[in-house]
Design a protein around this ligand. Structure first.
Ligand SMILES: [Zn+2]
Length: 315
C-alpha cells in the first residue's frame, strides 16, 4: 500500500512537471530591464538560463531553487548584457561550484562598451540629481564591471553543437555578431522549446551592440530548428507564428533602415509590423527607441554601422 502511494505521488509529480520554469524579467520605464530567466531541470540540479539585473530578480531564482530543493548546477548566459548576467554573482555566492556557460564576448565588451558605460556611471553617480533607486542599480552594475570574474563564464561556448550541461543533453547554438559579438541560444529537442535570449524580444530589438545583418542571419538559424515554443529574452512565450511575424518585422525594419525612406516611415513600419508585441504602456518608448537605433546603428557612418560585425577591440 505504501509503495503504491509513493508510486502514485511520483507519477503525479512527473505528470505536472513543467518543461521549463519562466521567471519573467520586468521592463519598467523608470529603471533598466531584467531579461527573462528560464530554469530547466537536469540530472545534476537546475540549469538557469540568464540571471537578470536587479537583486529581486536574482532572489526569485534562488527562492525557486529553494522551493524545488534542487541545487543550481549551471548557468547559461545568452549574452553579456548586464540585464542577463548581473545575477550570476548572487547565484555563485549561494552555489560556488556552479558551472557558467557563455561565449567569450564579455572580453571585447569590457575593453570597449562596458569601459565607456563605467565612465558614464561615474558621471551619473557624481550627479546629486540621480535618484537613489537608479544609484543602487548603477553601483550594482559598476561592481560587476570592476570584478568581471563575478559574471565571467568558466565554460566558454566557442561553437554550436550538442552539449551535456548538468547531465542534460541540449543543442547549444552560438550566433556570432548578432545582438552581441557572441549570442548563445539553445534548443531542447525533448520539449521542442527554443530559448533564444535577446535574438527575439517583444517591443523593440535592442540594437545597442548589434550587427543588424548578422542578427538577421541568426534568426534564419532559429527558424531552421523545429521548435513549437520560443522563449524570448524579454516578453511572453511565443509560438512559431509569433516568431515568424517578429522575424518579418525585424527584417523589414533593417531593410527600411538601409533604404533612403524617411526615418518616420521606418518607425511607423516597426510599430505596425510588430504591433502584437507592443503594449500600450510601451508605445512611446518604442517610438523613441526605434528612432534611436535607426540613427545610431542603421543610419550612422559606414564604420559605425559595421562596428559590431567583427571582434571588439580597445581603441
Ligand atoms: Zn536584454
Amino acid at each position: 500500500m505504501r509503495l503504491t502511494m509513493l508510486a502514485l505521488s511520483l507519477l503525479s509529480a512527473s505528470a505536472v512537471a513543467e518543461p521549463y520554469h519562466l521567471i519573467p524579467g520586468a521592463v519598467p520605464m523608470n529603471s533598466g530591464p531584467d531579461g527573462n530567466t528560464i530554469v530547466l531541470d537536469a540530472p545534476k540540479g537546475l540549469i538557469v538560463f540568464d540571471t537578470g539585473r536587479h537583486p529581486e530578480h536574482a532572489q526569485a531564482i534562488l527562492d525557486y531553487a529553494k522551493a524545488r530543493r534542487q541545487p543550481i548546477a549551471a548557468i547559461v548566459n545568452s549574452h553579456w548584457h548586464l540585464d542577463h548576467t548581473t545575477g550570476n554573482w548572487d547565484i555563485r555566492k549561494a552555489y560556488p561550484r556552479v558551472a557558467v556557460y557563455a561565449s567569450n564576448a564579455l572580453e571585447g565588451a569590457l575593453a570597449t562598451f562596458l569601459k565607456d558605460s563605467r565612465a558614464n556611471t561615474d558621471k551619473m553617480l557624481a550627479d546629486p540629481k540621480t535618484p537613489a533607486a537608479v544609484r543602487d542599480q548603477l553601483l550594482r552594475g559598476r561592481a560587476v564591471i570592476d570584478h568581471p570574474e563575478r559574471i565571467r563564464p568558466n565554460h566558454v561556448v566557442a561553437k554550436s553543437g550538442r552539449m551535456t550541461i548538468a547531465g542534460r543533453a541540449l543543442d547549444i547554438h552560438l550566433a556570432k555578431f548578432a545582438a552581441t559579438e557572441g549570442d548563445v541560444w539553445l534548443y531542447d529537442p525533448r520539449t521542442r522549446t527554443a530559448i533564444v535570449g535577446d535574438l527575439v524580444v517583444d517591443i523593440v530589438p535592442f540594437m545597442d551592440t548589434a550587427c543588424p545583418d548578422g542578427w538577421s542571419k541568426a534568426l534564419g538559424e532559429v527558424a531552421a530548428v523545429p521548435f513549437t515554443k520560443l522563449v524570448p529574452g524579454h516578453g511572453p512565450m511565443m509560438t512559431r507564428g509569433d516568431f515568424a511575424a517578429w522575424r518579418t518585422a525585424y527584417d523589414r525594419f533593417v531593410a527600411c533602415g538601409h533604404s533612403s525612406l524617411e526615418k518616420s516611415v521606418c518607425v511607423d513600419g516597426w510599430l505596425r509590423d510588430a504591433a502584437r508585441f507592443i503594449d500600450a504602456e510601451h508605445q512611446k518608448y518604442v517610438r523613441e527607441a526605434s528612432e534611436y537605433y535607426l540613427t545610431t546603428r542603421l543610419r550612422s557612418s559606414p564604420a559605425e554601422q559595421q562596428k559590431y560585425c567583427s571582434p571588439l577591440k580597445a581603441s
